[in-house]
Design a protein around this ligand. Structure first.
Ligand code: ATP
Ligand code: AMO
Length: 429
């Protein structure tokens, strides 16, 4: 029976493995393969004197990245990766790779992002790239377990929709028979409607689509959002939940992904609770101390402002109490100072990770806010009617999974955190 490569130890006398030919080296009397699977790398050593001629024959015809099956005896050896090697008595080429390879998996010559993404299936064979996606998987599993343990119901909402939710970024129109339709920017309206259904606490991990014209290292046109919505909760309650979730995810990744973190070279520090909560007014004051293009009241934070505040905060923090005018219509204004609202952003020193708010649950106030944004209430009727038959107070947030992975693993480009990114120029693979 074949073993995962990681399980092959010097204590085992013989082993069968399958994997990809990572490297081939021929030193005359001795030739080596490195064979790789998703668990690790092992050396296969073929001393020409001791290995059957038919095996040497097969070995000579193997190209890098071919898929092979190897059986043989396991020997302890200090010089090889993992301190062991296999001397084969059976070698089979299961699938021969063409040469030359479109991308070097061993990465002696670093490739640029576009070349890597064009051959993502080969790029993802690199142990470092594989590690990012194993961590991303562990991270979303940890989030799901945590939110379920807090009583949140896992929901799935439509991605083909009739209305915008967020303003700001554009929508992608799609052909939907004879109707006008779009790809959804956020599950916002649906998660709120489920509060009217009495679900009380919901979460979704799903795609969001944003027709961002600009091409940046922190925006995608198709991103993954972790959204929650909780009834009888305010903005402070859901900030607490978000903070607990981030600390839980970091702790879980640190505990379960030690090898993958080591592969990427990350010594993961778990953020400390509570994250500071600084009001918007204080945030722009901090930014304006060091940036050239000053932020005025009512401006969104520029990337330079986010960097300046991030530097002074050092770790995760919240910006709270935003001007009502620059937040979406659904954010609840403070009753005693309606120019400010109960909205917040969770920030990492490098960028925004999540946005959220306590929502307006009063129908008439919501209509007023939609109109104040210059939007028509007609296209929101399916949403607005849920506010007329018993809508509880509620709050929630949306967290960008790629940005969470990117900041956790110190990746320079958000595309590193998605297998098949969609950006301004990329629609394949
Ligand atoms: P959100 O969409 O929730 O506000 P975000 O982190 O995606 O969060 P954006 O609003 O897209 O942030 O960007 C924040 C600020 O940075 C905005 O003022 C936006 O105009 C500006 N910005 C984003 N990308 C670029 C870019 N490529 N060039 C110049 N400004 C940019
Ligand atoms: P917002 O528009 O701030 O809020 O989005 C929430 C989070 O989603 C991530 N995100 C993106 N990531 C990569 N590329 C993009 N183009 C992109 N756009 C957004 C970010 C961002 O913080 N409905 C609200 C959430 C709520 O209030 O519950 C919303 O969508 O990490």
């Amino acid at each position: 029976m074949r073993l995962p490569i990681r399980a092959v130890t010097p204590e085992i006398e013989s082993a069968e493995i399958v994997g990809w030919v990572h490297e081939v080296r021929d030193l005359g009397g001795l030739s080596f393969f490195l064979i790789r699977d998703r668990t690790g790398i092992i050396q296969v050593t073929m001393p020409k004197k001791n290995v059957p001629a038919e095996i040497l024959e097969v070995a000579r015809s193997v190209s890098r990245e071919s898929v092979v099956r190897v059986r043989g005896s396991v020997k302890a050896i200090d010089k090889a990766p993992g301190g062991r090697e296999i001397v084969p008595d059976y070698l089979e080429i299961i699938n021969l790779a063409e040469t030359p390879l479109p991308l070097d998996v061993v990465e002696k010559v670093p490739a640029d992002m576009d070349t890597r993404l064009d051959s993502r299936f080969l790029d993802a064979r690199k142990p470092r790239v594989r590690a990012i996606f194993f961590i991303r998987s562990a991270l979303t599993c940890a989030a799901t377990e945590f939110l379920a343990s807090r009583g949140c119901i896992n929901i799935t909402t439509p991605k083909i929709v009739a209305a915008a939710t967020e303003g700001g970024t554009e929508l992608f129109p799609i052909a939907y028979f004879e109707k006008e339709a779009f790809l959804n920017q956020s599950p916002q309206l649906y998660k709120q409607m489920l509060m009217a259904a009495g679900f009380e606490a919901v979460f979704e991990i799903g795609p969001i689509f944003r027709a961002e014209e600009h091409n940046t290292v922190r925006h995608l046109n198709e991103a993954t959002s972790l959204d929650i919505e909780v009834s009888f909760a305010d903005h402070n309650d859901v900030m607490g939940l978000l903070e607990d979730l981030i600390v839980h995810i970091y702790g879980s990744v640190a505990k379960n992904c030690a090898d993958d973190l080591a592969e990427i070279g990350i010594d993961l520090a778990i953020p400390e609770r509570p994250f500071p909560r600084i009001p918007y007014l204080e945030a722009i004051e901090i930014a304006n101390r060091s940036i050239e293009e000053k932020i005025s009241f009512g401006d969104d934070l520029t990337p330079a402002a986010e960097r300046a505040i991030g530097e002074s905060m050092g770790g995760h923090y919240f910006i709270v109490d935003w001007p009502t005018d620059i937040r979406p219509y659904y954010a609840m204004p403070y009753p005693d100072r309606p120019a400010f609202c109960k909205a917040f952003d969770l920030m990492h020193p490098r960028m925004e990770l999540a946005s959220g708010a306590q929502r307006i649950h009063d129908h008439d106030l919501l209509v007023e806010r939609i109109r104040a944004k210059g939007l028509s209430t007609e296209s929101f009727e399916f949403y607005l009617r849920t506010f007329r038959y018993g809508m509880p107070p509620h709050a929630g947030w949306g967290l960008g999974i790629e940005r969470l992975v990117m900041t956790m693993l110190d990746l320079s480009n958000i595309r590193e955190a998605v297998l098949f990114p969609r950006d301004r120029h990329r629609l394949t693979p």
